[in-house]
Design a protein around this ligand. Structure first.
Ligand SMILES: Nc1ncnc2c1ncn2[C@@H]1O[C@H](COP(=O)(O)OP(=O)(O)O)[C@@H](O)[C@H]1O
Ligand SMILES: [Mg+2]
Length: 198
């Protein structure tokens, strides 16, 4: 297949085994892939925003996998299944289930304890989950939707604007986003908090 998915623009490559999971045979370029994924994500948004969610449901690996499947299941056979390969972002693949459980438990604790304001709980969760990198692809988009679900469905606040530009393609919005993620990697969440509402 002619897809050249090298590590550019903060995106790890999709390896050959994973490419075999592509369900739409006509996809030949990255931009076609993005378009099909985007159509699928729009269906997932309908599913999400027509529903109510409780924190105990959202902060569970079942929900996290279901959401990824809703977003990418028309395009990728492995949607909703944890990564079996290692990437240049994310932890060792065998550690994913435990790390995700710890993150979910931490998030429930932050909520019950009011450890951080709601925005910061959503943003810390978003950054921790994309840093675990549960899936072969789509982790960035999935982590942002998780952040939106936390802030909107659990706390009843406005969804995030995430820079209000094109965050998927290369450009200023994407560059600002990646810089904010790198600051969060160092423990400074201020840029990502600001970006999420810009
Ligand atoms: N330094 C970083 N720290 C945390 N997350 C990062 C970093 N660099 C990139 N990312 C996130 O990882 C994503 C790439 O993973 P990928 O699974 O390809 O998701 P997507 O296809 O939705 O972009 C980026 O879009 C970004 O959200
Ligand atoms: Mg990607």
């Amino acid at each position: 297949m002619g897809l050249d998915l090298n590590y550019i623009n903060g995106q790890p490559p999709i390896d050959e085994d994973e490419k075999e999971g592509l369900l739409i045979e006509t996809i030949a370029t990255n931009s076609e892939l993005n378009e099909f994924e985007q159509l699928n994500i729009e269906e997932a948004l309908q599913w999400v925003f027509g529903r109510k969610f409780k924190a105990q449901e959202v902060f569970r690996d079942q929900f996290i996998r279901d959401l990824h499947k809703q977003m990418f299941g028309d395009v990728w056979a492995w949607a909703g299944k944890f990564r079996k390969t290692n990437k240049n972002i994310g932890i060792e693949n065998y550690q994913i289930p435990v790390a995700l459980k710890v993150l979910c438990d931490d998030a429930l604790f932050w909520m019950n304890d009011d450890t951080y304001p709601p925005e910061e709980i959503a943003i810390r969760f978003k950054h921790r989950i994309v840093s675990i990198h549960c899936f072969p692809n789509g982790n960035g988009r999935h982590s942002r939707l998780m952040g939106d679900i936390i802030i909107e469905k659990i706390y009843g606040h406005e969804p995030f604007s995430w820079g209000a530009g094109n965050i998927v393609e290369a450009g200023k919005t994407r560059a600002d986003y990646l810089a904010a993620l790198r600051a969060a990697d160092q423990g400074d969440y201020t840029p990502l908090l600001a970006f999420s509402r810009s």
